[in-house]
Design a protein around this ligand. Structure first.
Ligand code: WTA
Length: 674
């Protein structure tokens, strides 16, 4: 039995290979990358020196002497000896040419609030002043960690860039995460400063956000991490939009502090290329979230190149990535990649379908957005809510991206024909928090698109599919396996924060044969996804092979959800599986059994579901909670999630006779399927 069958959280996507779609000539005519030799330049023969092409997109205070240092394999060091500052590269260096060009278009959710267009000059000023607060009021210096729990407003990238200016490591926690989840991340990263906001809009409501920060600080304190200062941005500067009290001596309004530092210039700290830019916590196969650690020089080079070559962003374009900056997509492709190449990037505060299914297309029309980036879940949502809406608006996309989950060919075709009006190139980009930027995608002007397939490796990435024994599965064989990358690349995480062993075992443990080796060829990176490679080298991603489920493109650990359920007194055992969902791709179904003496009830179901939302966050709230008499178990007592998954998804449960309690399977099936 393969790993994915054992874990039972894996779902193959059964669609067939589709025909090619060719990029529109108009797109090709203006594209940034039209040289087919790029793949030759990035061949393994030219590894690792080829990556100079990426690093040369940046301004270096000091050029590097060693492109790749493998002495601490597999913790690769890129561009060693080089020095630079990420904030300088994303802001200051653009002033000479683009001072009065928009850096950020901020679209508030309420449609009657004006869109704000922040120029590079304004961004520069606000980043400097914010950096002054962090340095002079908070005493933060290079290497310190700060937790951000900010929603989708310009204050988020401003704060990130202010940290980067000082060499301070930011750890932004998705605003939708609970106080508990945020507190654990404060603790793990050892932050003594939390930066939050009083409130923000979602679905027409001004949410009280500051109170979640208070819980986070308490949770962190209980775990042993003291937070000295909580900085609070205000959604409406000068007005407080939260019911939570401001704690004397701990909580400060940014708006007040900034007055002291008006017009202050903060010199960007020249940082080593292999310094740490940020941590991004993500779910893994064990309960504790992993702090994925990204470098300054390697990461920024990589995302700048991807924004230029794969997303085809030019400074004169209006680029909108409709993701949340609280996830890696937003870090790499709303903030760092686009700003490094002087883009105008759109930040939208709210929900795509608020107040109606036309909102997204109205924004596109009003701002002349010509590059659009979103997830399959958002596309499915928009298609369901208003399949004919895009035609009503006069916008024109030249390029569109999809990311985060497999996209069904039908959904892809709606994206292409209706959203893109048949005139936009599409890239389906497969990658991960850990990988910094894209791994597989077509280079849009150089290769045709294939609905449902991400594409071959991007320049510099050499994917390979291995079976469980480490044999290569040949392209075109139609067999699925574990997708790996043969080589290191500058965007790859440096390690897991404070947990090198976990980094090595999670991503390299399965296929590395010699842990002492300093040769990068011995360290293929295992992504944790199942995939098939067609004869043309295009990769189709089938889903996770570990205990991670992908809900609406968001990674959730099954263990995190299960341990949240176990905080409920009555619950004895919990198992989460990924159930198919028309809009979100997959959603968590939670199966629980109760301790003796307790009876199932609707109240208990609500209590369990509520516990998951409180402990992990609303995005993790189970789709269904089933209270079952017992879990299907192997003779050794392992819960067979695979069987529960088959029941939720109405597929064949297979042979269950070897279980210790086979009779329970039919009972659960009737309970769930009726
Ligand atoms: C999945 C998001 C299919 C995959 C950037 C991966 C995808 C996980 C795609 C990473 C895609 C991402 N097609 N599946 N184009 N992009 N995935 O870390 O399972 O939030 O391992 O990074 O999302 O999720 P993460």
């Amino acid at each position: 039995m393969s790993e994915q069958e054992k874990s039972g959280t894996h779902y193959a996507v059964h669609w067939q290979e589709e025909d090619y779609y060719y990029p529109p000539a108009e797109f090709v005519g203006q594209a940034n990358m039209t040289d087919p030799k790029v793949f030759e330049r990035f061949s393994l023969d030219n590894f690792p020196e080829c990556f100079k092409e990426m690093a040369d997109l940046l301004d270096w205070d000091q050029y590097w002497h060693t492109t790749l240092d493998t002495s601490d394999a597999p913790c690769w060091k890129w561009f060693v000896g080089g020095k630079l500052n990420a904030s300088y590269n994303c802001v200051d260096r653009h002033l000479a040419k683009f001072k009065n060009k928009t850096a950020i278009h901020f679209v508030p959710e309420p449609e009657n609030e004006p869109i704000m267009h922040m120029t590079y000059q304004e961004l520069y000023r606000r980043v400097n002043e914010t950096a002054a607060v962090l340095r002079d009021f908070c005493g933060l210096k290079a290497g310190d960690r700060v937790t951000l729990h900010l929603p989708m407003t310009p204050e988020l990238p401003i704060t990130m860039l202010a940290c980067a200016r000082l060499g301070v490591i930011h750890s932004q926690v998705f605003a939708g995460f609970s106080g508990q989840a945020c507190g654990e991340r404060i603790w793990d990263s050892e932050s003594r400063v939390l930066i939050t906001m009083d409130g923000y809009y979602r679905n027409g409501k001004l949410l009280d956000h500051k109170s979640i920060g208070d819980t986070a600080v308490d949770v962190a304190a209980k775990l042993g991490q003291q937070v000295d200062k909580v900085l609070v941005w205000q959604r409406y500067p000068g007005k407080y939009s939260s019911s939570a009290s401001m704690i004397e001596g701990r909580d400060y309004f940014m708006n007040d502090l900034l007055k002291t530092y008006a017009r202050t210039y903060v010199k960007p700290v020249s940082m080593p290329a292999e310094g740490i830019l940020f941590l991004m916590y993500t779910s893994g196969s064990t309960g504790r979230p992993k702090g994925v650690q990204h470098s300054i020089g390697g990461y920024l080079s990589y995302v700048a190149y991807m924004s230029k070559v794969i997303q085809d962003i030019h400074p004169e374009d209006v680029y909108w990535c409709m993701a949340d900056i609280g996830w890696i997509t937003g870090h790499s492709f709303i903030v760092y990649g686009p700003l490094a190449i002087a883009a105008s990037t759109v930040i939208y505060e709210g929900v795509p379908t608020y107040p109606d299914a036309g909102r997204v297309w109205r924004i596109a029309e009003e701002l002349d957005v010509n590059i659009f980036h979103t997830s399959p879940t958002a596309i499915r949502q928009l298609r369901k809510a208003g399949p004919d809406e895009p035609a009503k608006y006069n916008y024109k996309f030249k390029h569109m991206t999809t990311v985060g989950e497999p996209i069904e060919p039908e959904v892809w075709k709606w994206y292409y024909n209706v959203v893109g009006k048949g005139k936009a190139a599409i890239v389906d980009t497969w990658w991960q928090t850990e990988t910094g930027g894209f791994l597989c995608s077509t280079v849009p002007a150089l290769a045709p698109m294939k609905p449902g397939s991400a594409g071959p490796g991007v320049p510099g990435i050499h994917p390979v599919i291995f079976d469980d024994e480490g044999n290569e599965i040949p392209a075109g064989s139609g067999k699925a396996g574990n997708i790996c990358i043969r080589n290191p690349w500058p965007g790859l995480m440096q390690t897991i924060w404070k947990d090198r062993d976990r980094y090595v075992s999670t991503y390299f443990g399965k296929y590395n044969k010699n842990p002492e080796s300093k040769d990068w060829r011995d360290w293929p990176y295992m992504a944790g996804d199942a995939a098939v490679m067609a004869a043309d080298g295009y990769v189709r991603i089938l889903g996770r092979v570990d205990d991670v489920i992908n809900v609406a493109g968001h990674r959730l650990g099954t263990k995190e959800i299960e341990s949240a359920a176990l905080t409920v007194e009555e619950v004895a055992e919990a198992a989460v599986i990924a159930a198919k969902d028309e809009i979100k791709g997959t959603v968590p179904d939670l199966y629980v059994s109760l301790k003796p003496g307790y009876e199932p009830s609707q109240e208990l179901v609500a209590k369990i579901s509520g516990a998951v939302a409180t402990v992990v966050g609303k995005i993790a709230r189970p789709n269904k909670v089933y209270i079952v008499p017992d879990m299907p178990k192997t003779r050794s007592g392992k819960i067979m999630r695979r069987i529960l998954a088959s029941i939720s998804n109405r597929t064949d449960v297979g042979d269950v006779t070897s279980l210790s309690n086979p009779e329970v399977v039919e009972h659960i099936r009737k309970q769930v399927q009726g």
